[in-house]
Design a binder for this molecule. Structure first.
Ligand SMILES: Nc1ncnc2c1ncn2[C@@H]1O[C@H](COP(=O)(O)OP(=O)(O)OP(=O)(O)O)[C@@H](O)[C@H]1O
Ligand SMILES: [Mg+2]
Length: 233
């Protein structure tokens, strides 16, 4: 593949923060890794983290959250644990990551809390909003890709992966509410959240995401597109 972008070191600013969101089985992790590859192949520094997780402490919290044994977990415990895992990831990895890299990618971030614990579990939205702001240390993603699929396709894809975690075992109505939550968020924050039609081919989705990233990087002065520039000469 021909590389047609270059770094403008003199203009280098902090990196951009990109998140992937969507229901379980929508294709987030597939897209996040495929985008990471694209960004790295172009010569940029990029890192990928997953939520909940990405640090020693957050991975332990992940175990508690997702264990199918923990059927007695209360919704408030759940939202606090997700937020605790996020706070640790943000301080330990995301903030330093944005200083040292051009692109930081996160497989889920705080929109998942709004969708799952807000729309799914019915926890007070104002409480969630205040909590997620603190947990994210007031950091906001520059760009969020919502990998949007319907509940049936998500279910079909999830079941091909094998064993389900505690959240994935939730009922169909819960999943419908979560999907609606993500769609409402996309409508509320159209400048930040880009909807990807997750029923499309993996490659096609990555291309769309990569184009959006390039535009944002150019705006931030992190890269320039030589091909696009040469067309103007
Ligand atoms: N665009 C796509 N077309 C067809 N299959 C896909 C597509 N994207 C992902 N898949 C497949 O669907 C399954 C779920 O994908 P993936 O693990 O990326 O989803 P996820 O959103 O990260 O799920 P989870 O929330 O459970 O981590 C995988 O088997 C993957 O190969
Ligand atoms: Mg995943």
């Amino acid at each position: 593949m021909e590389l047609n972008i270059t770094k403008m070191n003199d203009k280098k600013t902090n990196g951009i923060f990109v998140t992937f969101e969507g229901i379980d089985g929508s294709g987030k992790s597939t897209q996040a890794s495929s985008l990471l590859r694209k960004v790295q192949e172009s010569g940029l520094n990029a890192v990928l983290f997953r939520e909940p997780g990405g640090t020693r402490i957050s991975e332990q919290i992940r175990q508690i959250l997702l264990s199918t044994k923990h059927t007695e977990m209360s919704s408030i415990t759940e939202v606090l644990l997700y937020s605790a895992a996020r706070a640790q990831l943000t301080e330990e990895m995301v903030i330093p990551g944005l200083r040292d890299n051009d692109v930081v990618i996160c497989d889920r971030y705080y929109d998942s809390t709004t969708a799952y614990q807000g729309y799914g579990r019915g926890i007070d939205m104002e409480f969630i909003s205040a909590l997620t702001k603190e947990a994210a240390r007031k950091i906001e993603p520059d760009l969020t890709f919502l990998v949007d699929v319907d509940a049936d396709l998500a279910e079909k894809r999830s079941s091909t992966i094998g064993r389900k975690d505690r959240i994935e075992l939730e009922n169909y109505e819960f999943k419908i509410r979560v999907i609606q939550g993500f769609r409402d968020l996309a409508e509320k924050f159209p400048d930040r959240i880009v909807i990807l039609d997750g029923s499309k081919e993996v490659e096609q989705l990555t291309e769309t995401a990569w184009k959006k990233i390039q535009t944002l990087l150019e705006k931030k002065g992190i890269i320039i597109n030589l091909e696009a520039n040469s067309e103007n000469i």
